[in-house]
Design a protein around this ligand. Structure first.
Ligand SMILES: [Zn+2]
Length: 475
């Protein structure tokens, strides 16, 4: 008698189900492997993951170091076992390194997981485990250059503002200073005073990433770019006669301190930062395209930045009236920008149009100095074309050689940039801006400076950039 399968389809279905189940299982294993290998650091390192703090019961928080090996933060354990976080440079790195204790900010927050993870060798870990001794956490070696940080800090002096410097071709942040500041060593004792902020100084605010300011004439870089895009063949025919006061119907726009620039071509108008010329350019621009350009340059957008930051805003639409256009074209009006955003735009121009993602940590090493994780430069993508970057570099070089950026004229290196003197309140001194890079033809460093109520960008901000370039090229 021949046995026949009562239902051949059922077997086939069971077989199919088995394949699916094992397929799902394999996928889960692969994902688990991938997660542990690549993603777990990111999830565990999330500053808001409270479980990471449990690690501090077994690990002594590691050090944060400058790129040249200075200790910016370390944990000191006293004889009775109490730990204290110490910041040997006091307020010098306050905002960028941040603090830990009253919550966490800056690099202390971003690197919490690395600092509380120990890669001391296994034998030592086992020994420590049995002896009840804590393992030493990993050390985070930053991209911050202690010489440039000190230079920026000293040059800003007692004034409010921010200085930030980066390598345009890698995205490494070399220096980041914000003033007024605080001493992270005494953050717990000073907490009430700092948060009450009765003087309105906002000392805890990292002005480099969170401070929003009118861009002033630094915004003419974008106005210029839009004009060049709309006039690729005839921009050289641009001409404007400046008598210091530009009038349009009921509106008037003054050049800085009413200075009459006289007959200006486009390059002169940019180098001298002629408000009249740029107000007139503004009226000619296609407002829709102009807005698109600002958004390509990351206004109203997220920045590729791991530290807390404020979002820059550009609000003029196609319905903008004459006054709004005149103001917006010269960086006044409602436009608001952070110093770090200005730096990213500047660095992209310096890097042939490609924006490198800014980063602060070069590598993580164990307590014995062995590298356990290395961070590499990565590109965000193109902000502008290489041709546009080259063209803007020419204009920005003229600012230094013949215009308002004369503080950067030197035989030691070439530089390119743009000054700005941004009005923010009637009757008060303008905020002074400078943003630029050096050397102009093969940029190695980009810097953005703002001095609150500093007056003229050329006189108050450009000399700080000069000091940083000097320090960088004499290293
Ligand atoms: Zn003018």
């Amino acid at each position: 008698m021949k046995k026949t399968n009562p239902n051949p389809n059922a077997n086939r279905n069971i077989l199919r189900l088995a394949y699916v189940v094992s397929g799902v299982f394999v996928c889960m294993l692969l994902y688990l492997g991938y997660f542990l290998q690549f993603e777990s650091g990111g999830v565990i390192n999330n500053a808001y993951n409270p479980r990471v703090d449990l690690l501090s019961e077994r690990v002594v928080r590691g050090e944060i170091q400058s790129s040249d090996g200075q200790i910016l933060a370390r944990t000191v354990t006293s004889e009775d076992g109490t730990e204290r976080r110490e910041y040997p440079f006091g307020s010098l790195y306050a905002h960028v390194v941040g603090y830990t204790g009253k919550g966490r900010t800056g690099l202390e927050s971003l690197n919490n997981f690395y600092l509380l993870t120990s890669h001391v060798n296994l034998a030592e870990q086992v020994f420590n485990q049995f002896s009840g001794i804590k393992n030493l956490g990993d050390n985070v070696v930053t991209t911050l250059d202690s010489n440039l940080q000190q230079t920026a800090y000293d040059l800003l002096g007692d004034r409010r503002g921010a200085v930030v410097a980066m390598e345009p071709d890698t995205g490494k942040i070399l220096a980041m200073v914000s003033k007024p500041d605080y001493d992270p060593n005494t953050i717990a004792e000073d907490w009430e005073r700092l948060t009450a902020d009765e003087e309105g100084e906002a000392r805890l605010l990292n002005r480099a990433t969170q401070g929003l300011y009118a861009p002033g004439s630094t915004f003419k870089i974008l106005t210029l770019l839009e004009y060049l895009r709309e006039h690729p063949d005839d921009w050289e025919e641009f001409h404007f006669d400046c008598d210091g006061l530009y009038e349009n119907g009921e509106y008037t726009i003054q050049c800085y301190h009413g200075e009459a620039h006289g007959s200006q071509d486009l390059m002169q108008a940019f180098a001298n930062s002629c408000n009249g010329a740029f107000a007139q350019i503004g009226l000619e621009l296609d407002k829709g395209k102009f807005r698109t350009l600002t958004e390509e340059m990351l206004y109203n957008q997220e920045l590729p930045l791991s530290l807390s930051y404020s979002r820059s805003s550009f609000s003029m639409t196609e319905d903008g009236d004459t006054w709004e256009i005149l103001q917006t074209a010269i960086g006044q009006g409602k436009t608001q920008v952070t110093p770090i955003h200005q730096l990213l735009i500047t660095a992209a121009i310096a890097n042939g149009g490609t924006l490198m993602k800014p980063y602060f940590v070069d590598h993580v090493e164990n307590a014995g100095g062995q590298e356990v994780k290395k961070f590499m430069p990565s590109s965000w993508g193109k902000l502008i074309s290489a041709e546009e970057a080259a063209s803007l570099t020419q204009f920005m070089s003229r600012v230094v050689t013949e215009g308002t950026g004369s503080a950067l004229r030197t035989d030691a290196y070439t530089a390119a940039g743009k000054t700005g003197s941004a009005e923010f309140e009637t009757g008060r001194e303008t905020h002074a801006w400078f943003t630029g890079f050096a050397p102009a033809e093969a940029p190695q460093i980009a810097v953005t400076v703002i001095v609150e109520e500093g007056g003229s960008g050329g006189k108050a901000a450009a000399p700080i950039a000069r000091g940083i370039f000097d320090a960088y090229f004499s290293e």
